[in-house]
Write a protein that binds this ligand. Sequence first.
Ligand code: PPS
Length: 570
Amino acid sequence: MTMDLAPIPELYVSYDSAQKLKIEAGELTSHDLTPRQICDLELLMNGGFNPLKGFLSEEDYNGVVENMRLADGQLWPMPITLDVTEDFASKIELGQDIALRDQEGVILATMTVTDKWEPNKSREAEKVFGADDLAHPAVNYLHNTAGKIYLGGPVTGIQQPVHYDFRGRRDTPNELRAYFRKMGWRKVVAFQTRNPLHRAHQELTFRAAREAQANLLIHPVVGMTKPGDVDHFTRVRCYEAVLDKYPAATTTMSLLNLAMRMAGPREAVWHGLIRKNHGCTHFIVGRDHAGPGKNSAGEDFYGPYDAQDLFREHQEEIGIEMVDFKHMVYVQERAQYEPADEIADKDDVTILNISGTELRRRLAEGLEIPEWFSFPEVVTELRKTKPPRSKQGFTVFFTGFSGSGKSTIANALMVKLMEMGGRPVTLLDGDIVRKNLSSELGFSKEHRDLNIRRIGYVASEITKNGGIAICAPIAPYTATRRAVREDIEQYGAFVEVHVATTIEECERRDRKGLYKLAREGKIKEFTGISDPYETPTNAELVVETENVEVDNCAHQVLLKLESMGLISGK
Ligand code: PPS
């Protein structure tokens, strides 16, 4: 494929027109873009999504969903749609201009709405992602995050979304094209990634470039990737360390603000078109490219080579050549990486490998990660972000009836953890929270849920920042406890402790005299008397308090934390 370095069309107006348009657009009805829409808009405006001129019209959308083609027949595999709520859509007339704002309210573009329709999302899921299965992150997004109505129409770009991080590493397609021209690069192999690079990646990318007699572009995605991935700040620091390992002036890196969909084969074709737009001539497609993981039946969504097959079918039209990913393994005797299928003496040598799961385990437990696997600088960065469990933040979440002993055990646990030292400890006790964070709330289901979500939010921030949050509310609803667990598990462990004192025993103790008042009907909606408590079924620990000392209950929690690797046994 020959390199085409002529500038690619952008959707921006000139600086002067943009200033004028920005003032005029202030009067228009505006749509606040979601994080994913901001990523899409940036690539629409800067030509990364060329030939698209805006968010897809209904006709283009139907063509893309059904057969990967725009209405005029051009290849385009991914629906780039502006999803909005029914309420917003009802206020928009066809032909109307709307302002598209980022999350701080800055107007980035205007759009003339030519189309408005309710898509068949199940059809979109089946055709684009291969299954209407919520285990697929993009299908889940489609059904649970995206608005019900799509608006389509051409976009007029006013300004790029602002990025304060790694500004010098972000390039538009035309900036990259100009760079290649300036450097005299005639062939460029692009490597797409959403993971940290280890030695095997460095070997395979450099080999791919050498075989194609080309230069190399490391082109990582920093927009939206698969939930649970290493954050892009850490990854970019890792990439910068790896960049030094390539021979000087052979390789460059640029960050791509793409919102991935994890759509496997279609995603590979889309990635190819985007890289073509960025001036590249070759593109590395790996095994299970942009794979979303397992479906709800526990099977892979796509075959391991489906992406390569679909790409190969369309590569002439995309105008970029696919470079097969070589599976590289480390041969101990020769102390080097080699393509697995080129090792003639396989049975006589020792082949080493560390899987992704094993790497995560070693990081979590603070175990050694050998130099043959990764560069020490990369491991250092990963360890900074993901310290071993015994140094990460976590949340202990007590739940149980009023008077079950939650607060007493939580207090004992707090001082024991403070005695150990090492991490700050915060106690979010039910009563204390209700005095401070939730003073206006009562005890309806809605208010209780709000109260627990607030506790969960504070605990997740503490956990994220490496502290220990101890929560001790009643938290009577399973779904709310699960939601808080999900919030917190993004950052660290969530240890649910059910303080299983029976309602009879709590009422017998009646420390605060509340049960008496509840029986007399003087306190309404009282948990266990006149309001529900859904007993936990998946708590990490169940503590019985009858005839057991508080000290012993707190000790049981400490033992649990130790067994989970959250505190060290010494
Ligand atoms: S919840 O359901 O999780 O929001 O409840 P929580 O914030 O933990 O608040 C419980 C404390 O408020 C007192 N209290 C009541 N509890 C339950 N039901 C009703 N109607 C009620 N009214 C007041 C009670 O003292 C609880 O304190 P604890 O520490 O649990 O005994």
